[in-house]
Ligand binder design. Structure first.
Ligand SMILES: [Zn+2]
Length: 346
């Protein structure tokens, strides 16, 4: 399942190839991939004629900010309004220029404080009724096996192609999804993304944001539940899945079944910093190698080869040569070293 680093890798790939390109049309091959609007033709009609301004990521959601060029008739009035507001928006987004560095891309909204993040996107979304311009959005969640591929329209269709979006010059953004859990949304200008993509409302802070502070993390861990389960809880911190939870726990010397309330302050601090570190390392390696993960350009990531514990049960620990173990927790596999990560009773 793609996790935060894989989704971030896809986001960067999309920003490399699709910006300022206009969606000319599309084809929905599997209706249930479209989560909003309810009909596939309405989804395509909403997207048609829009230009991709920027791809953002929030948790494991990809969000393309779209703007529509002025067309004709009734729409002119609306688009005139939009242009006026869009001038305002430009002024706002250029204000904190410090947050634009390297590959980092942050949209600054006037009513939210933005933390500069070293290597990933943190895009706070507009709250409903905010004075923001009526841009529309394309939301994508890859879920288990979704892939976004930038290909020529002449390229033979992959077996599990679900949605095709056509651009100029014979290019196409193709959504391929074997397990069919992936979803796409078109968010009309009158709605904020989280009004339509309701899963966004449940997300905790981004791991690279200032909101994910030691104080915040400590406060979230005042419960008698295993730390592994807490790390997977998207309401505590967004975007961490099984792989990076296991890796961060190993690096912190914490057994996955340790109850949150039994963690010491120094363990919490170490864990928080290791969560950030493993995610960053994986983003730099362009995502983990999954059997099913490909970047937009079709390239595999390469973090998997250097995992400490994830997927290595039966192999020896790279630190102490003890056999890595695996156990089931909340329906997921937890991988750990029984010596490096001793379970402390409390
Ligand atoms: Zn070990």
């Amino acid at each position: 399942m793609p996790e935060l680093p894989e989704v971030e890798t896809v986001r960067r790939g999309l920003n490399d190839v699709t910006l300022h390109q206009t969606i000319e049309g599309g084809d929905v091959l599997l209706d249930r991939t479209i989560a909003h609007p309810f009909s596939a033709p309405d989804f395509l009609a909403g997207l048609q004629g829009t230009t991709i301004v920027q791809w953002h990521r929030r948790g494991k959601y990809l969000l393309a900010e779209l703007e529509k060029a002025a067309v004709s008739g009734q729409r002119l009035a609306v688009s005139g309004q939009r242009l006026a507001v869009s001038g305002q928006r430009l002024a706002v987004s250029h204000q904190p220029s410090a947050v634009r560095s390297g590959e980092t891309s942050i949209v600054a909204f006037p009513h939210r404080q933005i933390a500069a993040s070293p290597s990933a996107t943190y895009s706070p979304l507009p709250t409903p009724h905010s004075p923001l311009p009526p841009y529309s959005w394309l939301g994508v969640h890859l879920r288990m096996t979704g892939q976004l591929l930038w290909v020529n329209q002449t390229e033979p269709l992959e077996k599990h192609t679900r949605v095709r979006l056509f651009f100029g010059d014979g290019k196409e953004l193709r959504f391929v999804d074997q397990r069919t859990f992936g979803q796409m949304w078109w968010v009309p200008p009158e709605n904020a993304p989280e009004e339509i993509i309701t899963g966004l409302q449940q997300l905790g802070p981004e791991p690279f944001s200032e909101e994910f502070s030691v104080a915040y993390f400590t406060q979230q861990l005042q419960r008698r539940r295993p730390i592994k389960n807490a790390l997977l809880d998207q309401a505590i911190v967004a975007g961490i899945g099984n792989i990076y939870a296991d890796e961060a726990l190993f690096l912190s010397g914490i057994h996955p079944q340790t109850l949150c309330v039994n963690l010491t302050q120094s363990q919490i601090e170490r864990l928080r910093s290791n969560v950030v570190q493993v995610l960053q390392a994986s983003i730099e390696a362009k995502g983990t190698t999954f059997r099913t993960f490909r970047s937009v350009a079709g390239v595999n990531g390469n973090y998997g080869g250097s995992a400490w514990v994830y997927g290595r049960d039966g192999d020896v620990c790279r630190n102490c040569a003890t056999t890595i173990e695996r156990l089931k927790m909340a329906g997921r596999s937890a991988h750990f070293c029984p010596i490096c990560q001793r379970l402390k009773k409390g």
